[in-house]
Design a protein. Structure first.
Length: 728
């Protein structure tokens, strides 16, 4: 069976007529209410027996990467639709949306580059006597002021007036006041979704920290002001949310049950949180790293009641609650799923999924007439689903239903006023057409002779298959052609298994408890460029540019630095083959190959000369050591002698004893070299002051010199006297 888009409901009727896709294309229609009897439990009126997709507004009216939409809640502004545009930090406001007299305008606040930077979601809140209904926006930004600065993460939900006399009108000129915003709190960069709680309090999808956060602005600070000190922020740290960049994860709260529903985009789930749960634990976390400003309260909330409504979805994004149903758009496959809620609101007892013509479906909204609307971020359009009329809710459109007010009857082929629907087990189910079918419908055409009538055979040309319960194009019969390995779960996997959920649409099925990646399931179910991990180390077998490619696909490893997924014995991130110190977590590179690592202290054996090979091992390590005494040449007082290496007093004589130039006075500078080496020598005669009898006379140094001098003097005198005497 071919797998293709349809806007007609599956019909399990005995003599169902052939339905066809009807798309109106672009254009507007006058909105009208259709009178219906009460729909049966589980019937999705927004889908009907099929629907047309009507383009309401496009880029020609200012849409630019629209992310979310919401109708104004005021009865005086019925039919006024607000759409937020990420590319321009703006809002497009459509009056009488979908009607022939529709008008629109796009407004951008002068300070939207911060307060609505890369807007991802909008939620209307409480009414205000001056500002009309206020609304909050979420910003998928780390606050770069539209690229004018580095991200500082001073970002979070913003509060705005919906009064058209205030929004994007007040304080638009520079002058101290910051535009028309009413308030902003800054503890959540990369905001992905927002939903109103009560008064000025909102729920927020924090994509940066991956948590659900409750923001209470309390009293707004008026347009353009900046006092946030009364803000109260509570982080629900147990509600883990996974961000997918550029795909919002919207939220909506059921006002009756108090249940908050969240599209967990990266997790492929829809979560529910009981916001009325009073049995929680609240802990003050004031002063923590995530707090960016002075607040009245900053807390962590744990032990809240929550659960999973649905899983296995393909990037769930838009979400809206209406009566007893939750509608979710799947950005990954451009489908919309409606869940029928049980009485608690914590579980769904059935669902229905339809295809759309969207290219990148995101925000969802239910209009005043109960119809479903969505934004397409790639086509820059807002689209409304117009279901075909079906008064009796038998999933046959009224124009094809001979009995439009009786859900048990719908056709009359022979025109005799009686329905063709059989009343006894032996009746001919196709009285006007010969056939050989014997199972289910009797006596009807059976092209493949498998016993099933073509009308009830999902595969009328294939005798090995006849039913496709989940409608994904793969048959229920396990022994037939292209059997469905997950016959009761819609899926389009085709390689390891057929017909099972495949979130990333790469052909490999998502893992399940009874079918893991070891059996062939997708080891990377959220990344379409990878699906196998032969060595089970978390890195994929497909090479770059695929997601997390494994450089050693056959060898399990945890390396991340030089190569991914290779053996890393010491766990420092560097593979053993690329690690010069594979047993040392503090070192991995040795640029000069001298056995000492490039990383400095406190790493082991740090190389003080990382770019020059050396063998010094004392003091500075890994530097040139010409005499091989362990001390680097630069730190060695005597780099040419391995017996000497230090000179504490810097006089040229070494501290080491027994060496040719050992210092006898290692703590005193001196140049003596006669009686002792390296001691103070005041007169510079080579004799130390301590051993010099004349420490200030460079010509004498000992007492013996004096005696010789005296003796010589006496002899001279004696000779002189004798000479005089002889003269006489």
């Amino acid at each position: 069976m071919a797998r293709g888009k349809t806007h007609e409901a599956p019909i399990a009727k005995l003599l169902a007529v052939a339905l066809f896709v009807s798309l109106t294309g672009t254009g507007l229609t006058q909105a009208t209410e259709v009178e219906h009897q009460t729909s049966p439990n589980g019937y999705v009126s927004q889908f009907g027996p099929g629907f047309s997709e009507v383009e309401i507004v496009s880029s020609a009216q200012g849409l630019d990467e629209p992310r979310d939409l919401e109708f104004h809640p005021s009865p005086q502004r019925l039919g006024e639709l607000w759409v937020v545009n990420r590319a321009t930090d703006s809002a497009t406001i459509i009056q009488n949306a979908g009607n022939l007299d529709q008008t629109s305008e796009t407004r951008q606040d002068a300070y939207g580059y911060h307060f609505m930077e890369e807007v991802s979601a909008i939620a209307f809140g409480a009414n205000h006597v001056e500002f009309d209904y206020q609304f909050a926006t979420a910003q998928e930004s780390r606050n770069t002021y539209n690229g004018q600065g580095d991200p500082n993460d001073f970002m979070g939900p913003a509060l705005w007036p919906s009064s058209l006399d205030h929004y994007a009108v007040e304080n638009q000129e520079s002058g101290g006041l910051l535009g028309s915003h009413l308030d902003m709190l800054h503890e959540s960069p990369l905001g992905m979704g927002v939903a109103h709680d009560v008064e000025n309090a909102y729920w927020y999808n924090d994509g940066f920290y991956g948590e659900l956060v409750h923001y209470d602005f309390n009293e707004d600070h008026d347009t353009g002001e900046d006092d946030h000190s009364d803000g109260a922020v509570k982080r629900y740290t147990e509600i883990n949310l996974t961000r997918v960049a550029d795909v919002p994860g919207h939220m909506d709260k059921d006002e009756v049950s108090g249940i908050l529903y969240i599209a967990d985009t990266g997790g492929g789930r829809v979560l529910w949180v009981n916001t009325s749960d009073q049995d929680t634990t609240i802990t003050d976390i004031s002063g923590s790293e995530s707090q960016m400003e002075v607040l009245a309260e900053y807390s962590e909330v744990t032990d809240v009641e929550w659960g999973v409504l649905s899983s296995g979805l393909s990037r769930p994004s838009g979400l809206v609650v209406h009566e007893d149903k939750v509608f979710v758009s799947q950005n990954g496959n451009n489908r919309i799923t409606a869940y029928n809620l049980d009485d608690t609101g914590k579980a769904a007892f059935g669902s229905r999924t339809v295809e759309t013509n969207a290219s990148s479906i995101m925000g969802l909204e239910i209009g005043p007439s109960g119809k479903l609307w969505y934004v397409d971020a790639e086509k820059d359009v807002v689209v409304r689903l117009d279901p075909h009329p079906d008064r009796d809710y038998d999933e046959v459109r009224d124009s094809l239903d001979v009995y439009p007010d009786n859900h048990l009857l719908w056709s009359d082929q022979d025109g005799d006023g009686f329905a063709d629907q059989p009343g006894t087990p032996t009746s001919d189910d196709c009285p006007q057409a010969g056939g050989t079918s014997t199972i289910g419908l009797r006596g009807c055409p059976d092209s493949d002779d498998d016993g099933r009538a073509d009308l009830s055979d999902d595969y009328p040309e294939d005798e090995t298959q006849w039913a496709d319960t989940d409608g994904d194009g793969y048959g229920d019969n396990p022994s037939g052609i292209d059997p469905d390995s997950c016959p009761y779960t819609t899926g389009y996997s085709e390689y390891d298994r057929k017909g099972c959920p495949d979130t990333d649409e790469d052909g490999y099925s998502d893992p399940s408890p009874d079918w893991t990646s070891n059996d062939g399931a997708d080891a990377f179910p959220s990344h379409d460029s990878q699906w196998s991990d032969s060595d089970s180390d978390g890195y994929g077998d497909n090479p770059a540019p695929a997601y997390l490619p494994d450089d050693c696909p056959q060898s399990s490893g945890s390396s991340t630095e030089d190569r991914r997924g290779c053996p890393d014995s010491d766990g420092d991130g560097w593979s053993d083959d690329g690690d010069a110190f594979e047993g040392d977590t503090t070192q991995w590179r040795d640029s000069d190959s001298d056995g000492y690592g490039d990383n400095q202290s406190p790493a082991t054996t740090p190389d003080s000369c990382p770019s020059v090979a050396g063998n010094s091992s004392i003091g500075p390590m890994g530097c040139p050591d010409g005499d091989g005494d362990g001390w680097s040449d630069e730190a060695d007082s005597h780099p040419d002698s391995n017996l000497m290496w230090s000179d504490s007093d810097g006089d040229g004589f070494s501290d080491q004893q027994g060496a040719p130039l050992s210092d006898d006075c290692p703590d005193q500078w001196g140049k003596s070299d006669q009686d002792r080496s390296g001691c103070p020598d005041g007169d510079g005669d080579g004799w130390s002051d301590e051993g010099d009898f004349y420490p200030l006379d460079p010509n004498r140094h000992s007492a013996a010199s004096l005696l010789i001098y005296i003796g010589v003097g006496a002899t001279i005198l004696a000779v002189t006297g004798l000479y005089v005497y002889n003269r006489r």
